[in-house]
Design a protein around this ligand. Structure first.
Ligand code: MN
Length: 287
């Protein structure tokens, strides 16, 4: 197996606030596209590097908004997120947990710091990924996969622990179901460990360094940076220079047209106009 080379290593872009609760670096689409790099099937990655929030009586976050045509995957590395949606669902994404929401034909939801986190304040460290749906599944029924940390299958060796969220790693299957082939791993390495994951060279592969410094090929992969692998091999490799942690995404490109407008991601302009119309006439329900 050939190790893939690194296409680019992206430093964390200037952060911005989503609502008043999520201070994020947008790694893509705003910082890698312009036609040069395709992140397909991943549409957007907002990474919230550790940020301290003062205790507050007010729960910071994002008020009611819609989504259609894709999935959101929310990771709470530190701190916790409370959510509520128009289908009557709701819950808490606790530390180490993941919420995989299929917006499909449409949801309205809100995302806030939990009441408890707001009260105590503290460090918040999170990420939200948008995963595209193929045309045939864009209008699928909305659903949630509430993934508790302790339910995530793990591969362990002396210097490495891998949480297999989706897809598979070394024959161990992940817990989340996906509409297209995706490997999603959370990797914890001891200093000096070399991690390797095999997947087809055609897959888009992206790593986020959540903690610690690492090396990829002969390039430095510093903390809170995002790395995009080139499509020139079958193995993804990360070498830990200190105790470290990574999010690894590898997915088969969907290769369909994308028309995106705010919270809607469809295949055509007509479908986007339909989404706005359905939203304005109340077809997404109420919250
Ligand atoms: Mn949302």
């Amino acid at each position: 197996m050939n190790n893939r080379s690194i296409h680019s290593i992206i430093p964390p872009p200037q952060p911005h606030f989503v609502g008043d609760g999520f201070r994020v670096h947008n790694f893509f689409p705003s910082h890698v596209q312009g036609g040069m790099i395709k992140t397909d099937p991943f549409l957007l990655l907002d990474y919230g590097s550790p940020h301290y929030f003062e205790p507050s009586h007010h729960q910071r976050g994002v008020d009611v908004h819609p989504h259609r045509g894709f999935e959101t995957v929310t990771f709470a590395f530190k701190g916790s997120v409370a959510h509520k949606d128009s289908s009557g669902g709701g819950g808490i994404i606790g530390e180490g947990d993941i919420q995989w929401m299929t917006a499909g034909s449409g949801v309205l939801h809100e995302e806030f710091h939990t009441e408890e986190f707001a009260k105590t304040g503290g460090e918040f460290h999170m990420a939200q990924l948008w995963v595209n749906l193929p045309a045939k599944d864009k209008m699928t029924k909305p659903k949630y996969q509430a993934i508790k940390n302790e339910s995530i299958p793990r591969y362990e060796s002396a210097d490495c622990q891998v949480e297999i969220v989706a897809g598979s790693h070394r024959g161990i299957k992940g817990i989340a179901s996906t509409f297209t082939p995706i490997d999603m791993l959370l990797i914890t390495l001891n200093k000096g460990a070399i991690f390797e994951h095999a997947c087809p060279s055609s897959y888009t592969a992206i790593a986020v360094n959540i903690k610690g410094n690492a090396i990829m090929g002969n390039q430095a992969f510093p903390e809170h940076h995002c790395a995009i692998f080139a499509n020139d091999g079958e193995a993804l490799q990360i070498e830990a220079r200190e105790d470290s942690r990574f999010l690894l995404l590898a997915g088969e490109p969907i290769r369909e047209s994308i028309v995106a407008a705010g919270p809607f991601v469809m295949n055509t302009r007509e479908e986007i106009m339909q989404a706005f119309e359905d939203y304005s006439t109340g077809a997404f329900g109420a919250l």
